[in-house]
Design a protein around this ligand. Structure first.
Ligand code: NAD
Length: 456
């Protein structure tokens, strides 16, 4: 196994010079990164096309543009976030001042997956930089072209002692995990998340886990079906379903099932044409192993829309399956591909029970025009985040923390949350020497009686 301790030591040494704690230095780094990304936009678009057949529109909106917008958002607010925050005090602390100092952890390790190979490596990096950390990024081995462009950009802009990209697969990832870093930010699957958390526990390193899971999409009988179909098709088939928060499966009310399927068929045709497999803007499956895994699902239930695939191109049509139950293989694990199984329901309670008996979803989508239905789902189902009457869109506002709960992960990022995630909140109380509150001392007269007045 390779050893990355010397790289980590070099970063720790640089971190200890306090250079990265200077807010002006952090802002300059963010700005450099923004310029570098813009300069390498063509190379990035080409790499994403080669790795996943992402169209320029998809690659720009979900990877490059998303990242640039996050940088701009953080840049405008960083000075305010980085300042120590004065907080109130209780009556027992009269004379004191209390402050919270956001403090960088040191060397942060960012491990990224392949589905949005640029965005999911760089968006956490923005938090690491903003908070004043050094960083090592381990991008995915399954998208080698994008990982290479990312490495080129970072190497051109920053010295390794500050930010480094280390390419490699499982072994590299494990070698990095067993080194002594100060923070681990992992995005990937649930099984690997467990490995990461175990490794972090060895050195008691704090960790953010951005994992996956099966995200339900509920369509109630009172929903605006035409709009729901459009927003579901967009959320499910963007990136050929290889999105951690893609609607994994449909729970549709039996009274609107046929109408929803009709609208879905129409909108899929509108978005991807009569033959999506020949649409040059339709994203491919990342590799043969995932193609084979997904192809096996195509025999589940009844194929209502799509169902065709092209093994040579690693492409699978936008597909909708019906007559699906929790017992079908497709309902066992996160699908992570362009296949949408649909289950129907009559009562909302069936939906709540069904979802609650399975691991916590990363996202949940509910289509309804009824506030009570909305309240019932929000009160009764735990999930990372989600939308009412939309899909995916909650991820792209920097004002909402993005993350999972339970098995879909813990911790969050985007916008201010990225800064918070990579900062330790150092609480400091400054005491006055002008007077001394005597009642806390063991020799205070009537100490117990007095303390009972305050501590109740
Ligand atoms: P993955 O867990 O297989 O790999 C993620 C990273 O971990 C890669 O860099 C990989 O090299 C490394 N890795 C793989 N096996 C490892 C091991 N045994 N030990 C140490 N490191 C290892 O995930 P993936 O297939 O690249 O991505 C798909 C998964 O990621 C899906 O489950 C998806 O839901 C999830 N995901 C989550 C988010 C989110 O924001 N929550 C975003 C995208 C993807």
């Amino acid at each position: 196994m390779e050893n990355y301790q010397s790289l980590i030591d070099e970063q720790k040494e640089f971190f200890n010079t306090n250079t990265t704690k200077d807010v002006a230095f952090r802002l300059e780094a963010l700005d450099k990164l923004k310029t570098g990304i813009k300069q390498h936009e063509d190379a990035l678009l080409a790499a994403l096309k080669e790795d996943l057949n992402k169209s320029a529109f998809d690659a720009y909106s979900t990877e490059i543009g998303f990242t640039l917008q996050e940088i701009s958002f953080i840049e405008r607010r960083l000075r305010a976030w980085a300042k120590p925050k004065k907080v109130k005090k209780p009556i027992t602390h009269i004379g004191t001042k209390s402050l919270i100092y956001p403090e960088p952890y040191g060397v942060s390790l960012i491990i990224a997956p392949w589905n949005y190979p640029f965005q999911l490596a760089v968006a956490p990096l923005l938090g690491a930089i903003a908070a004043g950390n050094c960083a090592i990024i381990k991008p995915s081995e399954f998208t080698p072209k994008t990982s290479q462009v990312l490495q080129n950009i970072i190497a051109e802009l920053f010295p390794e002692k500050y930010i480094a990209v280390v390419q490699g697969g499982v072994e590299t990832s494990q070698a990095l995990l067993s080194s002594n870093v100060d923070y681990i930010f992992f995005t990937g699957s649930v099984p690997v998340g467990k490995i990461v958390m175990k490794a972090a526990a060895e050195n008691l390193v704090p960790v953010t886990l951005e994992l996956g899971g099966k995200s339900p999409c509920i369509v109630h009988e009172d929903a605006n079906i035409k709009l729901a179909a459009k927003r579901i098709a967009w959320g499910k088939f963007t990136n050929a379903g290889q999105t951690c928060i893609a609607p994994d499966y449909l729970y549709v009310h039996k009274n609107v099932k046929e109408q929803l399927l009709t609208e879905l068929r129409a909108v899929i045709k509108d978005f991807f044409g009569n033959n999506p497999l020949e649409n040059e803007n339709y994203t491919h499956i990342v590799n043969e192993q995932h193609f084979n895994r997904l192809s096996a699902y195509l025999t589940n239930g009844e194929t209502i829309i799509g169902g065709n695939s092209n093994k040579e191109e690693l492409s699978i049509e936008p597909t909708v399956l019906t007559t699906i139950t929790w017992d079908d293989p497709i309902m066992k694990d996160e699908i992570f591909g362009p296949i949408l199984p649909a289950m129907e329901y009559g009562e909302l309670s069936e939906v709540i029970t069904g979802i609650s008996q399975h691991p916590n979803p990363l996202a949940l989508y509910l289509f309804t025009e009824n506030d009570q239905v909305e309240e019932k789902i929000l009160e009764n189902v735990s999930f990372g985040g989600g939308c009412i009457n939309d899909t995916l869109y909650h991820l792209s506002t920097p004002y909402l923390p993005f993350g999972g709960v339970g098995t879909s992960g813990h911790g969050a990022y985007h916008g201010k949350s990225s800064f918070d995630t990579f900062s330790h909140q150092k609480s400091v109380m400054k005491q006055t020497n002008l007077f001394d509150m005597s009642l806390r001392y063991p020799n205070a007269k009537n100490g117990l009686k007095k303390i009972k007045k305050y501590l109740k």
